[in-house]
Design a protein around this ligand. Structure first.
Ligand code: AMP
Length: 211
């Protein structure tokens, strides 16, 4: 399965990507996680990306495409992948095509801006391993602590309300046109966001025809 997950920031792409990756035995590749790790490690890419990410803006295409291509060379990508947050612009989608990175389909999780704004306030993130939680819909076993590595959870800078509004603006301007790009290629599937993570996973699996 070579799948792209599309949807506004906060639509649940990361959560669904991890669930699907486990089900299908393929890696889930999040450019957001790769870039956050670069920021944390203070690499040249991280230093460049940080100000864009903090402002809720997109990191320049050449930088994102560079780190993404590097990740795609890892052997675990040979049998498939779930792409979470990549591509996010038309030039990135074209870069995938030009670099022979194939996809079976692009699946968009549809959700209103207001729902996104309402739900963002509850998001938590593990700065150590990148795992994501939500205080209502996907809480960790112990409040404020990562299930995987036991580190204290944090609120991402880019989940602050003003940043969320900017990210939605960027999504509509830069990323939404990808729906047309994949529809033209007969690769677009859409699902409506559901009230729970499990229900959304169910409609995604039904739409993709997987158990
Ligand atoms: P995410 O975790 O996918 O919401 O990404 C967090 C932030 O990382 C975004 O708001 C962007 O600043 C940056 N980012 C992640 N993926 C991309 C991408 N494909 N293109 C440009 N910027 C990205």
């Amino acid at each position: 399965m070579k799948l792209i997950l599309l949807g506004a920031p906060g639509a649940g792409k990361g959560t669904q990507a991890e669930i699907l990756a486990q089900k299908l035995g393929v890696p889930s590749i999040s450019t957001g996680n790769i870039l956050r790790a670069a920021v944390k490690n203070g690499t040249p890419v991280g230093l460049l990306a940080k100000s864009f990410m903090d402002a809720g803006a997109l990191v320049p295409d050449d930088v994102t495409i560079g780190v993404f291509k590097e990740r795609m060379e890892d052997p675990d990508c040979r049998n498939g992948y779930i792409l979470d947050g990549m591509p996010r612009t038309l030039p990135q989608a074209r870069a995938l095509d030009e670099n022979g990175i194939e996809i079976d389909c692009a699946l968009s999780i549809e959700i209103s801006d207001q729902e996104i704004i309402d739900r963002m306030g509850g998001r938590r993130f593990c700065p150590e391993c990148g795992a994501t939680y939500h205080i209502v819909s996907a809480p960790p076993k112990e409040e404020g602590v990562c299930d995987r590595c036991g580190k204290p959870l944090e609120i991402r800078r880019d989940d602050e309300p003003e940043t969320v509004k900017n990210r939605l603006k960027v999504y509509h301007a830069e990323t939404e046109p990808l729906l047309g790009h994949y529809a033209e290629r007969k690769k677009l599937l859409t699902v409506d966001n559901q009230p729970t993570i499990e229900a959304t996973t169910r409609v995604i699996c039904e739409t993709l025809g997987i158990k």
